[in-house]
Design a binder for this molecule. Structure first.
Ligand code: NDP
Length: 476
């Protein structure tokens, strides 16, 4: 049984949870301790105790410990990728790439730990010096979703520690394996006891305990918009610092002048890879009428040929849906789309494979209209719908007609349209001739509207959330 990690000790929880392989429900990946609210509180207290020394620790020590994590994660990418694919269901190449990404993130922040500086400014009052510096925020609670079980934890934990904060990390219940493996590596990397703590367990209890605890100075959350609203409602009144990354309903616009092969590749990768379970997935394909018939025919051919099977089987392109309840949601939306009058061109059925898993044939809807629920609500599965657009202006209006604002994609060979779209798409990230899903780790990540709240994640911009600014005046 894998335990929680609190104050530098491995401790059993109040119950145990089985981790099930979504490609084969008879395969138990492992047994994981479940913390309760009391243990979450102990973890926060451990972080509070550790903060005083850690917050003023030398940056070399922080950098060395982060680099130790990076090196081990990268060295073990094959093994950790296998575990990730087994517990979450993304394909082995996707899982190994995610693990490598986590290692790169730790390496980047090993560097960032050394690059912290400040500013000096002249005072408007004679004889006074002004200094602007950044200090750690304090104890940060990190709550993560199941769809990137190691990369999202990495992009929260690494900057938190690099900037001198203490961490209480609560991973998603569905994927404790990758979180535990990462925590085990961190536990041996040289961080003092209490600086990093892992509490696995249900969000409604363990997550809520972090939201409510007055000593948690900041909360970084990634998950659904509904849970995000709970984080705001619980933590904003006590003035905790908040960073929330939530859902998306990302558009991919295809103009008549697009390179067809590029557009189809962007749609296949962006809509269906990782089983469509990405906040950055392109679930609305907004296609100009001139290219529409050719685009739909070519896309259909590709979608029908996608290989849906066990995540770890060589050749699999689309792994299973993560669990029964997400599969139920996907199937329900596929039924809703048909009831609303969209045409299901291909896919959308549960399929059987050698093992019992949550396999779903990727679904492509055409003749969708922007007010349909399948075009407005996040499904979080391998389901995309095509909406016709008259011209570029119409396509841009449709693209922006959403409560979300995470990514927006455009396929075009027109510099004028590309430039205009980059400026006018109402999203935090814009992709031209590349899939809406797939981002770099050294630049800011985040969205607008219902997709995000608070400062950006990743890259140098991560310091906006994980530090607090101090202005000092000195009369020498
Ligand atoms: P959830 O919101 O259900 O869960 C996210 C995390 O919050 C989990 O750790 C969960 O714990 C925890 N949680 C649940 N209820 C509470 C609560 N009352 N208080 C505190 N914590 C709680 O999201 P999913 O895990 O289902 O992830 C899918 C969602 O994440 C999608 O909407 C997707 O768009 C979004 N997402 C956004 C990204 C972005 O960067 N914008 C990136 C990736 C995903 P438990 O697992 O135990 O329920």
């Amino acid at each position: 049984m894998k335990s929680n990690y609190i104050a530098g000790e491995w401790v059993a929880g109040s119950s145990v949870r089985e981790n099930i392989n979504p490609s084969d429900v008879s395969d138990v990946v492992g047994h994981y301790a479940q913390a309760d609210a009391k243990q979450a509180q102990l973890a926060v207290e451990a972080a509070v105790d550790a903060f005083q020394a850690w917050s003023v620790s030398g940056v070399q020590a922080r950098s060395d410990a982060l680099e130790a994590v990076a090196s081990e994660v990268l060295a073990r990418r094959a093994e950790l990728g296998e575990l990730l694919a087994r517990e979450e269901g993304k394909t082995l190449p996707e899982a190994q790439a995610e693990v490598a990404r986590a290692g790169q993130i730790f390496r980047f922040f090993a560097g960032e730990a050394l690059r912290q500086g400040g500013e000096k400014a002249p005072s408007v009052r004679p004889g006074i010096e002004v200094e602007i510096t950044r200090e750690p925020v304090g104890v940060v609670g990190l709550i993560t979703p199941w769809n990137f079980p190691v990369a999202i934890p990495a992009w929260k934990i690494a900057p938190a520690l690099a900037h001198g904060n203490c961490v209480v990390f609560k991973p998603a219940e569905l994927v404790p394996g990758s979180a535990w493996a990462l925590a085990e590596i961190i536990s041996r990397a040289g961080f003092p006891a209490g600086v990093f703590n892992l509490v696995m367990g249900p969000g409604s209890e363990v997550g809520q305990a972090l939201i409510n605890h007055p000593s948690v100075d900041a909360l970084s959350f990634t998950g659904s918009t509904g849970t995000g609203a709970r984080v705001i409602a619980g933590a904003a009144p006590r003035r905790a610092k908040l960073q929330l990354e939530m859902g998306g309903k990302n558009p991919l616009v295809v103009l008549d002048d697009a390179d067809l092969a590029v557009a189809v590749e962007c749609a296949v990768q962006g809509s269906y890879y990782s089983t469509g379970q990405r906040c950055t997935a392109s679930s609305r394909l907004i296609v100009q009428k001139g290219i529409l018939p050719r685009f739909v025919a070519a896309l259909r051919e590709r979608v029908e040929a996608l290989v849906v099977d066990d995540a770890r089987k060589p050749g699999t392109q689309i792994g299973p849906v993560v669990d029964q309840s997400q599969l139920d949601v996907d199937l329900e939306y596929i039924a809703i789309g048909q009831q609303e009058g969209a045409r299901l061109l291909c896919g959308g059925q549960r399929v059987q494979r050698a093992t019992e898993g949550f396999f779903l044939q990727p679904a492509l809807f055409v003749d969708a209209s922007p007010e349909m629920r399948i075009a407005r609500e996040e499904i979080f599965g391998p389901v995309a719908c095509v909406i016709a657009a008259d011209d570029y202006e119409h396509a841009l209006t449709l693209a922006n007609d959403t409560p979300f604002g995470l990514t927006a994609g455009l396929c075009t060979t027109s510099l004028r349209h590309a430039s205009h779209f980059k400026r006018h798409a109402k999203a935090g990230m814009v992709m031209v001739n590349v899939p809406t899903a797939g981002v770099d780790y050294h630049v800011p990540f985040g969205g607008r509207k219902a997709s995000s709240y608070g400062p950006r994640e990743q890259g140098r911009h991560a310091n906006e959330f994980f530090t607090t600014v101090k202005t000092a005046y000195t009369a020498p």
